[in-house]
Design a protein around this ligand. Structure first.
Ligand SMILES: *Cc1c(COP(=O)(O)O)cnc(C)c1O
Length: 219
């Protein structure tokens, strides 16, 4: 099946209120253009250099999302154009994004990455520290970032009930913050190729699909 056919099929199956982020990391500009010509406008990358190179040569109306671990010293390269940073994993990083965004006169939308999976290597806040930050009021001082939700990844496991529990816990945290200290919340980024059906059932607003759209990545 072609990239265009896959995009069409996935979009037709998405419930209202769920957006598709096409994760194009390691895939060439030609593959992105296939998806683009099918109407896809949201693309996600996880390396700064790859993202900036693609952004320079591809259509200006693409909304680029950053989904990887972001180093402070590279923030300045993506802040001028990035639409949403899904992977803010420390308060310090949020401060750096704010400083760089102020320099280019932008307000950059961000999500707090929450660590729920059992793997040790994944980055992110735990629920308690994210809650503490959101309740603290410290975000009010950061005029050039807007924290509009959370992002999470499930454990790498075949146990569907565990994946569902993890997504359900993210979803319940998201809703409780939205109803209390974070009324601006509108994005719950969860679900990848292997688990997006479950993520949608648990309330995802944006699924991040690479392999399902573009096939296997060539590293
Ligand atoms: C690579 C990546 C994806 C897409 O993964 P697939 O399994 O290929 O759909 C989604 N989210 C993040 C954070 C990623 O790094």
């Amino acid at each position: 099946m072609s990239v265009a056919q896959r995009i069409r099929e996935i979009k037709e199956s998405l419930p209202e209120g769920v957006r598709l982020l096409a994760v194009s990391k390691f895939h060439p500009a030609e593959s992105i253009m296939e998806a683009y010509n099918e109407g896809q406008r949201l693309f996600g990358e996880n390396h700064v250099q790859e993202l900036t190179q693609k952004q320079q040569i591809l259509p200006a109306d693409i909304e680029w999302h950053f989904i990887g671990h972001l180093q402070s010293n590279k923030v300045k390269y993506i802040v001028p154009f990035v639409s949403l940073i899904h992977s803010v994993d420390t308060e310090k990083l949020l401060g750096v994004i704010n400083t760089q965004a102020e320099k280019c006169g932008r307000v950059v939308e961000c999500l707090l990455e929450i660590h729920v999976a059992k793997e040790e290597t994944k980055y992110g806040f735990d629920f308690d520290s994210a809650k503490e930050l959101l309740e603290s009021g410290r975000l009010n001082a950061l005029k050039n970032v807007s924290v509009v939700g959370i992002m999470g990844m499930s454990s790498i496991t075949d146990d569907e009930s565990q994946i569902r529990r993890e997504f359900a816990s993210l979803s319940s945290f998201y809703r409780s913050m939205k109803e209390s200290v974070a009324p601006q919340f509108r994005e719950l980024s969860m679900g990848m190729s292997g688990d997006y059906h479950i993520a949608i059932e648990e309330g995802s607003t944006i699924i991040r699909l690479g392999t399902t759209i573009f096939g296997a990545r060539q590293y």
